[in-house]
Design a protein around this ligand. Structure first.
Ligand code: OGA
Ligand code: MN
Length: 223
C-alpha cells in the first residue's frame, strides 16, 4: 500500500496543522484571522531575543511605497524596520514556518501565493502607523498580510493596538493587543488598519505573501 504523503515539518515535532486549518477557515469565511500562540512554543521567544539583540543602527526608518518624501513619511509612520534573512537561525525558523503556511494555504484556498517577505518592526514609545492599506487594488502583488507580535506582558494601557477597519468605515471592527505570540493574518487589499501610538517599545514581524505578476519583460522582484 502507498504510504500517505507527509508534509515535512521542518520546525520540529510541533504540529502546525490545527493552526493552519484555523487560519485557512477564517480567511475563507471573513478574510482575516487573529490567533493567540500561533507558532511553536519557543519560536516567539527566540524571535524576541533576536530582535532585541539587534542594535538600533541595524534598523532603518520605514518608508511608504515609492514616495521618497521624508516629511510625508514621518507623518504617516514612525516605526523602524529590518528585513529578515535566512542567515540568522531565528529568522530562518520564522521564514520556514511561513513557508509551511504558504504551502498549506495554497493547497486549501488556491491563493497561488508565490513568495513571502518580512521585516522586524520596532515602534519606539510614541511611534505609530496611521490608517493605511498594505496593497492597492490592481497595483500590487501583495495578497496576504501577516503580523506576529513579540511583546511580553503587554497591557491595554501600553497602547500600540492594531485597529482593523472595514473599507469606508470609521469605527474599527476589532482592536488587536500586540501580545507575545499573537498572529494577525488578513487580505492586504481589503482591510484598512492602523497602529496606535505605543507607550513602550513595541516589537513585531510584519510580512506579506505575494503572487507572481512577473512577465518576460518585467521580472518580478522579490521585494
Ligand atoms: C504594517 C502594519 C501592523 C502592526 O507594517 O504594514 O500595518 O500591528 N503593521 O504592526
Ligand atoms: Mn499595514
Amino acid at each position: 500500500m502507498a504510504k500517505p504523503l507527509r508534509i515535512p515539518n521542518t520546525s520540529g515535532p510541533h504540529d502546525n496543522t490545527p493552526v493552519f486549518k484555523r487560519i485557512s477557515e477564517n480567511l475563507a469565511a471573513q478574510g482575516y484571522s487573529f490567533i493567540d500562540d500561533a507558532i511553536p512554543g519557543d519560536l516567539a521567544n527566540v524571535l524576541l531575543a533576536r530582535v532585541t539583540e539587534l542594535k538600533s543602527n541595524d534598523f532603518s526608518p520605514a518608508g511608504i511605497g515609492r514616495a521618497d518624501n521624508q516629511m510625508l513619511n514621518n507623518f504617516v509612520r514612525r516605526d523602524e524596520i529590518r528585513w529578515l534573512e535566512h542567515n540568522d537561525e531565528a529568522e530562518h525558523r520564522w521564514l520556514q514556518w511561513t513557508e509551511l503556511l504558504r504551502i498549506y494555504l495554497n493547497r486549501h484556498l488556491f491563493l497561488g501565493l508565490f513568495s513571502y517577505e518580512s521585516h522586524f518592526a520596532h515602534y519606539e514609545p510614541g511611534a505609530f502607523y496611521k490608517r493605511h492599506v498594505d496593497a492597492f487594488r490592481g497595483d500590487s502583488n501583495r495578497v496576504l498580510s501577516v503580523v506576529l507580535y513579540l511583546n511580553r506582558g503587554w497591557q491595554t494601557e501600553d497602547g500600540g493596538e492594531l485597529l482593523m477597519y472595514h473599507e469606508n468605515e470609521t469605527e474599527p471592527f476589532t482592536r488587536v493587543i500586540p501580545r507575545m505570540g499573537k498572529l494577525a493574518v488578513f487580505l492586504s487589499e481589503e482591510f484598512p488598519h492602523e497602529v496606535l501610538p505605543a507607550k513602550r517599545d513595541r516589537y513585531s514581524i510584519a510580512g506579506w505573501f505575494r503572487v507572481n505578476t512577473s512577465t518576460t519583460e518585467r521580472p518580478d522582484p522579490p521585494r
